[in-house]
Design a binder for this molecule. Structure first.
Ligand code: NDP
Length: 289
């Protein structure tokens, strides 16, 4: 079997073209472009790169983006005040706090400051809580997990009644993916670093989502033939053949998995482009609300 590659870049391009049209219509209706406020604290190069990518994507689709950049030495009060300034700004429809925040900052307290109507990354504890409650709807769902669900939909497999395994249980990735799969009526097993005999667990899954941060950990013989495999991992590994000296690989051994999985995402070019796209989609939705 050779897996069908789910092309996140192509799905993202299609969606961004629709978002651009929606953003133009919203700009005419509002008399201003939809706005995203991005908060970056500290000088982590990866975080700075993610923020630049998000700002460029905003430009592409006609969303106005404003960055608030604070030094790593910023106090808790200064970081929370930056979030509140976005809450109060009439030009800002959505707020993104780039994580991780410096260790000196109480992240939960900062995220709790985001006004729910502007929580376009679905990261406020109330929105995450609503995601896990029956009969409650979050105002927004987190960008990466929403992108993962969209890529699963691309495979044509309906998660209802299927066995799904999510490897990783972080608040921003693994946890919401597991909740969203449960809400889509899959039977979900959540795995983590203390899971015993992970390959046996993943082998029974119709859907595997790997969100671990371990390069190429999930091997071909961990997979059920025909499974939908979504690789969230983004790991830089040394590569002397590349100009930069490194390249990005996922949490799944792509070369092996493509001979067993039914559908598979690539890294790069899978979940990454969807994460940004879902953030743009949520920002437009916030502007239209
Ligand atoms: P975290 O480090 O917060 O969480 C990693 C999770 O993996 C934890 O739950 C941990 O378990 C689990 N884990 C670690 N090692 C193992 C192991 N050997 N076996 C089983 N489980 C293990 O990472 P994130 O959730 O933030 O990110 C996960 C990956 O996704 C990273 O590669 C990150 O770069 C990528 N990512 C990609 C995005 C994209 O847009 N493409 C967006 C966000 C993240 P435990 O809880 O027990 O410690």
């Amino acid at each position: 079997m050779t897996a069908v590659i789910i092309d996140g870049r192509a799905v993202a391009r299609r969606m961004q073209s629709e978002i651009r049209t929606g953003a133009e219509a919203a700009a005419s209706a509002l008399g201003r472009r939809p706005g995203l406020g991005v908060l970056l604290v500290g000088d982590d190069p990866a975080s700075a790169m993610y923020v630049r990518m998000k700002r460029r994507a905003c430009e592409r689709v006609g969303i106005h983006s404003v960055a608030s950049i604070l030094p790593a030495s910023a106090s808790q009060a200064e970081v929370e005040a930056a979030v509140r300034a976005f809450n109060e700004s009439a030009d800002i429809d959505g707020i993104l706090v780039q994580l991780p925040l410096p260790a000196t900052i109480d992240e939960a307290a900062v995220l709790s400051e985001i006004g729910l109507p502007k929580d376009v990354d679905g990261i406020h504890p109330v929105n995450l809580g609503f995601l896990g409650m029956r009969g409650r709807e979050p105002t927004f769902t987190p960008a990466t997990p929403t992108g993962v669900m969209r890529l699963i939909a691309e495979s044509g497999m309906d998660p209802a009644g299927k066995e799904a395994v999510v490897i990783g249980r972080s608040n921003i990735v693994g946890l919401p993916i597991a909740l969203m799969l449960t809400n889509a009526d899959a039977t979900v097993t959540r795995c983590h670093s203390r899971t015993v005999d992970l390959p046996t667990v993943t082998r029974r899954a119709d859907i595997v989502v790997a969100a671990v941060g371990q390069p190429e950990m999930v091997k071909a013989d961990w997979l059920k033939p025909g499974a939908v495999v979504i690789d969230v991992g983004s790991n830089s590994v040394p590569d002397p053949d590349s100009e930069k000296g490194y390249r990005y690989v996922g949490d799944v051994d792509f070369a092996g998995a493509r001979h067993v999985a039914g559908w598979l995402t690539k890294v790069p070019g899978g979940v990454g482009p969807m994460t940004i796209t879902m953030l743009l989609a949520n920002t437009l939705k916030a502007a239209q609300a």
